[in-house]
Design a protein around this ligand. Structure first.
Ligand code: NAD
Length: 441
């Protein structure tokens, strides 16, 4: 099939490369000239395991092309995916300006029947908005399909190639058949493709992200209670997660959720509820709890140092919002570092892949001068008063604790992801604070 993908970010680039890998001809379009130039030279602008290989392979096989010319992409393709950003708007709703601009750009260059697919995460009613925008500009026939994406950053290629399910929302029989055919190489069982109408597909994406965010806030809430009553949240987690009705995934307490999706999608669905006069009380609480949880680490560190961290130095391990990605969007590390710096602390930070993106974020916040970016994990510890683990990268899980002790000025570890064992920390002589477990002092 001939496919065009508009937007070459985490979703668009992965989708484009994977569709090409199953034999389709794919043209990826982006307005960002620098990104397209890099991609043409074989440089992948984002970090995503396995992405470089699949992109290079399909470019070489002449199935995957990059351009800034949307005209070429639209004219040569039958199916056009919109995979542009839908950031949080000023009022918390999803900003649809990029999606609707892409829809208008498609409409201008249509030369026959096209399937326009909303791959971006968009609120209910967006398929209809896209249809209206396109109709204003062209008389060519088209269908709008809502096909939300469920991939996880850090495992995006694998998720796309082996999805739990694919949701296809449309009322057009013709478009439905073509979409099922396009996705058939990625599903071994047909029931993994779930067919529905546009609005249900749009709501499904927000429902999924809200449910996942709910599990996180639920666990954080319980973790805070566990600390007060002297329980161990890790034991409670396994105690409930082994119930097959609950399951163990997505039950980890921590420093609050972040990333490019949950924060904005939770706010956007709350806005949708408001617009339709329906208060989403549970999701509202999830959002509120998350905001509070993101403050917990700064409070904990400050309390330990008796309210004064001016002039103290903290080693930060992990900056990206989760492991295996360089994505810094809404990363908890931002709030934590900002909070510490505002109280007069200095930061020595290390992350395996997110430091370049982090520098841009902290430069915008005007606090880069207070942060030393350390190229090595142990380098960040030199003379630090404490270590704060923010992202649970694999390489932080079994560190050389004796070396940590030797390098740091202090002997305190704040573990925002519960990756170490309190008993072991006690034996090693650390002060150790985690989430939802008794502190070791
Ligand atoms: P991104 O910011 O990484 O990429 C978006 C790209 O679109 C950018 O390269 C931008 O230059 C380009 N773009 C914007 N307007 C354009 C236009 N008119 N024409 C061509 N290109 C244009 O975004 P992302 O993380 O890939 O997310 C895209 C969408 O997918 C969002 O709605 C997001 O919520 C959703 N989503 C993201 C993830 C994820 O893990 N990142 C997962 C599922 C769904």
């Amino acid at each position: 099939m001939k496919v065009c993908v508009i937007g070459t970010g985490y979703v668009g680039l992965v989708a484009g490369a994977c569709f090409a890998d199953s034999g389709n001809t794919v043209i990826c379009v982006d307005i960002d000239k620098e990104k397209i130039e890099k991609l043409k030279k074989g440089i992948i602008p984002i970090y995503e395991p396995g992405l470089q290989e699949i992109v290079l392979k399909n470019v070489e096989k002449e199935r995957l092309f990059f351009t800034t010319e949307i005209k070429e992409g639209v004219e040569k393709s039958d199916i056009i995916f919109i995979a542009v950003g839908t950031p949080e708007g000023e009022d918390g709703s999803a900003d649809l300006s990029y999606v609707l601009q892409a829809a208008r750009d498609i409409a201008k260059h249509m030369n026959g029947y096209k399937i326009i697919v909303n791959k971006s995460t968009v609120p209910v009613g967006t398929a209809e908005k896209v249809r209206k925008e396109v109709e204003k500009i062209t008389n060519h026939p088209f269908d709008v399909v809502s096909n939300p994406e469920f991939l996880k950053e850090g495992a995006a290629v694998q998720d796309f190639l082996k999805p739990d399910r694919i949701v296809i929302g449309t009322n057009s029989e013709k478009a439905r058949k073509i979409m099922v055919d396009l996705y058939s190489p990625f599903v071994r069982k047909k029931e993994r493709i779930i067919l529905m109408d546009n609005v249900s597909a749009e709501l499904t994406k927000y429902a999924a992200n809200s449910m996942l965010a709910t599990r996180i806030s639920f666990m954080n809430d319980l973790a805070n209670l566990a600390e007060k009553v002297g329980a161990d949240i890790e034991k409670v987690r396994i105690g409930i997660g082994t119930d097959s009705r609950i399951g163990l995934a997505f039950l980890f307490p921590g420093v609050g959720y972040g990333g490019s999706c949950f924060p904005k999608d939770v706010k956007a669905i709350l806005k949708t509820g408001e617009e339709y006069g329906h208060k989403l009380s549970i999701i509202d609480a999830v959002e509120r709890l998350n905001k509070e949880q993101r403050k917990i680490m700064v409070d904990r560190v400050t309390n330990f140092f008796k309210g004064d961290i001016k002039g103290k130095t903290f080693a930060i391990w992990g900056l990206s919002f989760k492991p295996n990605t360089d994505d810094m969007r809404e990363a908890p590390a931002i709030d934590i570092i900002k909070g510490l710096v505002e109280k007069g602390a200095k930061i020595q930070a290390y992350d395996p892949v997110a430091m370049e993106n982090a520098k841009k974020v902290f430069s915008r916040l005007g606090i880069n001068e207070e942060i030393t970016y350390c190229p090595k994990q142990y380098g960040a510890l030199q003379d630090a008063d404490a270590l704060i683990v923010v992202t649970e990268w694999m390489e932080f899980r079994k560190p050389d604790f004796e070396l940590i002790k030797k390098l740091m000025a202090g002997n305190t570890i704040f573990d925002g992801r519960n990756i170490y064992k309190p008993e072991q920390m006690k034996e090693l002589g650390f002060n150790y604070f985690s989430i939802g477990r008794k502190p070791v002092i």
